[in-house]
Design a protein around this ligand. Structure first.
Ligand SMILES: [Fe+2]
Length: 184
């Protein structure tokens, strides 16, 4: 029987497949940012959004070459709710999955997964970190293709397009979400 895990339960499931602190930290960051977007756009489903964020990369540590494919298997084995699995798999649309994000929540996941990486890397370059960081400084890093080259600018742009949001506004919201919901 499938179930909808709370964010705490999602973290426990995540930890069965992930040991690397970097991966767990990334999952918590995306979960926190999803929660922040949910409070603005879909407050009654905040927990659901957070759990999706927590689980989205569950297969990446063990199966980096089968990202999103193994996630489908693992999450089925773990009896996770189908809508949650759809959201997880759709975050790799056009990269490692042909399942398109449909719901607004899924589009947010697609966009912020990559963007939190860029913002996190940009914050590390500043003595004051994210505390007083503005979207325009992330935009500069966005245009500097050599900076955090692993963060796909194309995916971030596509995410903003899907959300019908200006890139700068998406950055603003994501910076605020990360600043207000720090992960230890
Ligand atoms: Fe991710």
């Amino acid at each position: 029987m499938s179930y909808i895990p709370t964010p705490g339960q999602a973290l426990e499931v995540l930890k069965k497949y992930n040991r690397d602190e970097f991966h767990i930290h990334h999952a918590k960051t995306v979960s926190a940012v999803m929660g922040s977007f949910a409070r603005e756009y879909d407050p009654e489903n905040e927990e659901f959004w957070k759990s999706v964020g927590m689980l989205h990369d569950i297969d990446f540590e063990l199966y980096p070459d089968q990202h999103c494919v193994k996630a489908l298997e693992i999450l089925h084995d773990e009896d996770i709710d189908e809508d949650m699995i759809h959201a997880v798999v759709s975050h790799g649309y056009g990269i490692c999955s042909d399942v398109a994000p449909e719901k607004f929540m899924e589009k947010v996941l697609f966009a912020v997964d990559e963007l939190t990486g860029l913002i996190g890397a940009a914050a590390l370059m500043r003595p004051t970190g994210i505390s007083d960081m503005e979207a325009k400084s992330v935009m500069k890093k966005f245009k500097d293709k050599k900076f955090a080259a692993g963060c796909s600018r194309e995916v971030i742009s596509r995410g903003a397009e899907m959300l019908e949001m200006e890139l700068k506004d998406l950055m603003d919201k994501t910076i605020t979400a990360m600043r207000d919901n720090p992960v230890e």
